[in-house]
Design a protein around this ligand. Structure first.
Ligand code: PAF
Length: 288
């Protein structure tokens, strides 16, 4: 049925990439956990423009889920994903490794990549260890594929900043490129986790985006009391029926806390909230 070359082994990936490089082709990597949607496919299309060859990886990485999180129920839809990767967002190679390929010594005590501070706040504060798992797996994927370009989605903005820091600090020879958030028509950022929402929760979910929009609007109108803006945004989420984790105004370049003198274009408003058992995240850049 499927003609997309698909492999589970490091040796196959390396051989294919070696062949491409012998032909002077550049390579882009789009790392995913599968269950592909338009957000992923838009990254694959960007990758096609950024490099001659595109590798998509699908691996539901156990080490980035804390105990009690949704690792087991995370949707695994490999065949449907392969079909999508042969449409207009086409990949040249799908790398779908087993756990033992990525973690040959197991997941109990793997060699880890830690991005201190950046990986410990915002989502890292409510999901301890999450960004250690993310940095660890992406470092491994980069070592396996050795791409010229790494494509990451803007929805996971903190992940992008954490991985950008990892790449810079470890001198990994790859260019990190971000692809814009894809949204449903009511503003909800596309995410594989949206399918966990009940119809009632799905109706409320766009309130996260609406709340971040109202914070950005207030900043655009000259508001400078960031703590007050963050506080009332959290209250708005709670009134709508979400359990607010955080709404924070940060510098977009390094996620540090800004002073009120920073121009809107240099800021990002980030939010995370629970709807039932589903955790939603979103962000809006001041420059967007
Ligand atoms: O964003 C994701 O889907 C994951 O965090 C990533 C980057 C594929 C690492 O497992």
């Amino acid at each position: 049925l499927s003609t997309l070359p698909t492999t589970r082994t490091v040796a196959d990936v390396r051989e294919m990439v070696r062949e491409w490089r012998a032909n002077r082709h550049t390579v882009a990597l789009v790392p995913t956990m599968g269950n592909l949607h338009e957000g992923h496919l838009s990254l694959v299309r960007l990758a096609r423009r950024a490099a001659d060859r595109v590798v998509v990886s699908i691996f539901v990485n156990p080490t980035q889920f804390a105990a009690g999180e949704d690792f087991l129920r995370y949707p695994r839809t490999l065949e449907a994903d392969r079909v999508l990767l042969q449409g207009d967002a086409s990949a040249d190679l799908l790398f779908a490794p087993d756990e033992t390929v990525i973690y040959p010594y197991g997941t109990e005590a793997p060699v880890q990549v830690i991005v201190p501070r950046l990986g410990e706040e915002l989502c890292g504060a409510s999901r301890p260890g999450h960004f250690i798992g993310v940095a660890t797996v992406v470092c491994r994927l980069l070592n396996i594929v050795m791409p010229d370009v790494l494509l990451l989605g803007e929805k996971d903005y903190q992940q992008f900043i954490v991985l950008q820091r990892m790449v810079a600090d470890l001198s990994i020879p790859v260019r990190v490129q971000i692809g814009p958030i894809q949204r449903a028509s009511d503003g909800l950022a596309l995410s594989s986790r949206n399918q966990f929402l009940s119809p009632a929760e799905r109706a409320v979910a766009p309130e996260l985006h609406a709340t971040l929009m109202s914070v950005r609007q207030a900043l655009a109108e000259g508001a400078t009391d960031f703590a007050a803006l963050e506080g009332s945004a959290g209250e708005r989420l709670v009134r709508a029926g979400l359990v607010s984790d955080y709404v924070q105004i940060r510098r977009a370049d390094d996620l540090s806390r800004p002073t009120s003198a920073v121009p809107l274009a240099a800021l990002v408003v980030l939010g995370a909230a629970w709807l039932g058992r589903t955790r939603l995240i979103d962000n809006l850049r001041g420059s967007g």
